[in-house]
Write a protein that binds this ligand. Structure first.
Ligand code: 13P
Length: 367
């Protein structure tokens, strides 16, 4: 008997089934807005844009984003951070309530960031499991209906034997993949217990000179490990979304790939590694430009797959930088540019919604 099978009762602990929330997040060609930057990452992005990085500007920036008129027409869910799920607008409305009123489901990043993985020089493991059960309950009470946990995996060429290492390097190592996959699975099981959809995010980073094929092989290996651990931990796949990288050539690779090539390589890897019970896969942007992220997602929906069977899961977006960057550049901390910045965010959201039906066109950028 397989005692690792998910307990079906865990899908029904709340007024709304968790798997229904997962499907709502994927409905109508909409996608997710990731505004879950930690305080240090948000400060870094503000400073890089030449904006004073402090609590007041973080609040003003996020207040501008979540209040964008019409955002709910293209965005189904927004991922918040601990600081912003507790925040309110100047007139006293909680950010969470503003989102819900706009038809956007609030979510929350619950990992506490990455740290060096012992015995694996150059590799990181994501932390945050200690006390997570209690934090999930608190976030649910604050209005979150889904959560996110991100693991990062770097592709690096084997080098020499580093001092202190017990085996030759090959990154990502089996140890790094297994440690992160197990943490993702334990996080997902805790979310399910708490009545929250889990967004399970293993990100194979773009940095490096690796080609498209190597990114595809590593992504596939990572996803196999993640779903193996999810099975061992008894996670109901119907109650989660996978958030992952597209299969891309590294940023220092000399062989560029067209949107059609990226789409084909990404779908090939996902078909091999992601079970059909998973309702949806949402992509992170990972450092792609805003327009690249739209064009490549569009190619996945517009591609002529010939005799290939239909995709078993919905493919959508959960972009951070690729949705926010144009708005951040326009806003620049200036209240008088709030409306123009919101228009830029709304435009990117609409472009990506169009990409989810294969109807995005570069001409949309000129409009
Ligand atoms: P990017 O789209 O900027 O990669 O951010 C998505 C995200 O949620 C990273 O964890």
């Amino acid at each position: 008997m397989n005692t690792d099978s998910p307990n079906p009762d865990l899908l029904r602990p709340m007024p709304q089934r968790i798997d229904e929330t997962a499907r709502q997040l994927l409905a109508g060609d909409k996608g997710l807005l990731a505004i879950d930057e930690s305080t240090s990452t948000c400060n870094r992005r503000l400073a890089a844009a030449g904006i004073t990085a402090d609590a007041q500007t973080r609040w003003a920036y996020r207040d501008m984003l979540i209040a964008t008129p019409g955002l709910g027409d293209s965005i189904s869910g927004a991922i918040l951070y601990d600081e912003s799920i507790r925040a309110s607008t100047a007139d006293g409305r909680r950010f969470v309530d503003v989102l819900v009123a706009a038809g956007i489901i609030p979510g929350i990043k619950v990992d506490t960031g990455t740290t060096d993985l012992a015995g694996h020089p150059g590799e990181r493991v994501t932390e945050g499991l200690d006390g997570l059960r209690g934090r999930l309950q608190e976030y649910r009470a604050l209005g979150a209906r889904f959560a996110k946990w991100r693991a990062v995996l770097a592709i690096k060429a084997p080098g020499g034997m580093p001092a202190g290492a017990r085996r030759p390097p090959r990154l990502p190592s089996r140890g790094c993949v297994a440690a992160n996959a197990q943490a993702l699975a334990r996080y997902a099981a805790l979310c399910q217990e708490a009545g929250l959809v889990s967004i399970v995010e293993p990100e194979v980073l773009m940095d490096g000179d690796h080609g498209l094929a190597e990114c595809g092989a590593v992504t596939e290996e990572v996803l196999h490990a993640v779903f193996d651990h999810m099975h061992v931990q008894g996670v109901a796949l119907e109650a989660m979304l996978l958030k992952t990288n597209m299969v891309l050539p590294g940023t220092d690779c000399s062989a560029p790939a067209s949107p059609a090539e990226v789409a084909a390589a990404t779908i090939e890897g996902l078909r091999r590694a992601v079970p059909a019970a998973v309702p949806g896969i949402v992509f992170l942007s990972g450092g792609q430009s805003a327009t690249q992220a739209s064009a490549r997602l569009n190619a996945m929906h517009a591609g002529d797959r010939g005799a290939a069977p239909p995709l078993p899961w919905t493919l959508s977006f959960s972009y951070g930088r690729a949705l926010q960057e144009p708005a951040l550049g326009i806003w620049h901390g200036d209240a008088s540019r709030r409306g123009a910045a919101q228009a830029a965010l709304l435009h990117r959201a609409r472009c990506n919604r169009a990409a989810c039906s294969g109807s995005y066109d570069a001409a949309m950028e000129a409009a």
